[in-house]
Design a protein around this ligand. Structure first.
Ligand code: ATP
Length: 303
């Protein structure tokens, strides 16, 4: 399964350019799509599902070009979990999934077998008789994921699959996606950096309709090498003082007080050490660098 995005642009009627000339080849396995609110992730995913026709550019799935009369064939290869999904509130979970399976043309017995398997895998077996409207947000999300997996798609696109899940369920769903990706392609879009760190070896980082980065997690981590520092402080007042002085990313309470993470090309003039870089550090470093560059560009432009 290969997915190719070539020079794709989406401009909405209100002139918002949500996706701006992007190019991407999505390989096998779980591929992360990370980006701030409004970056263009959902718009790009809607293009990939054939729901939205781009204003410009081409998309190919296994060499089949979108919008050339073969979109139905493409759709049969795709499973999609959208950000918001309201599945038949009056139907019990089992009936709802059986109905969706029937709509997808999955043979009845095979469909029941898959439903049993995925209910078990998502920890929902004991909730299968509950009506959809009686489920918690996290449970609804998991049923939504099952509907996307049900036709065992070659290309699975999931938009924020772990939203509303408790930590244990989050891990369970991540593992399910990794297992499912064996021999398939999974596009995993999220704001949760931890989700990407736990599932993907490659990712794209999106901002304002463009990719700031595409490549391996490892290479992104090495970009931030030598730029992240940790300082221990006694309390929040001291942490705030550091925040005024340096570009800080996070602070965390510890047994002794607090630790503050600082981004700096050179060692800050305080007692600090270099921690093991996390994907969150590398992501925040990338975002800060790009924002700094755009601010500089705007300043030069207005001078
Ligand atoms: N149908 C639409 N008409 C006009 N503008 C839209 C439409 N859909 C999205 N947008 C705009 O396009 C931009 C990208 O939105 P999109 O939903 O793709 O971002 P996102 O990265 O998925 O954000 P989030 O992480 O918050 O879901 C935003 O500025 C949004 O307001």
């Amino acid at each position: 399964m290969s997915v190719n995005i070539k020079n794709v642009t989406v401009t909405f009627k209100n002139q918002v350019r949500a996706v701006d000339h992007v190019n991407l080849e999505i390989p096998h396995g779980v591929y992360g799509l990370l980006g701030e609110n409004g970056a263009g992730k959902t718009t790009l995913m809607r293009v990939l599902t054939t729901v939205l026709t781009p204003s410009d550019g081409e998309v190919y799935l296994d060499g089949i070009r979108y919008g050339t009369g073969k979109d139905e064939v493409i759709r049969q290869k795709i499973g999609y979990l959208p950000q918001e999904l309201n599945l038949y509130p009056g139907l019990p979970v089992q009936d709802c999934l059986e109905y969706l399976g029937e709509l997808s043309g999955i043979p009845k017995e095979e469909c029941k077998k898959r439903i049993r398997y995925y209910l078990e895998k998502t920890g929902l077996t004991n909730h299968r008789k509950k009506k959809m409207r009686q489920l918690s947000g996290g449970m609804k999300r998991r049923v939504g994921l099952i509907q996307a997996l049900l036709n065992e798609p070659e290309f699975l696109i999931v938009d924020e699959p772990t939203t509303g899940l408790d930590p244990e369920e989050r891990v369970r769903i991540r593992n399910l996606l990794v297992d499912f990706s064996e021999g398939r392609t999974v596009l995993f879009s999220t704001h949760v950096v931890e989700d990407i760190a736990a599932t993907c070896s490659k990712l794209a980082v999106m901002r304002k309709g463009s990719f700031l980065y595409t490549g391996t997690v490892q290479a992104l981590l090495s970009r931030a090498k030598g730029k992240i520092w940790t300082a221990n402080v006694a309390d929040d007042t001291e942490a705030k003082r550091l925040e005024k002085q340096y570009r800080t990313t996070s602070k965390q309470y510890t047994e002794e007080g607090m630790t503050v993470k600082i981004i700096s090309d050179v060692k800050p003039d305080i007692d600090c050490t270099q921690p093991k870089i996390t994907l969150e550090d590398a992501y925040l470093y990338l975002m800060m660098e790009k924002k700094k560059q755009s601010a500089l560009k705007n300043k030069n432009f207005s001078q």
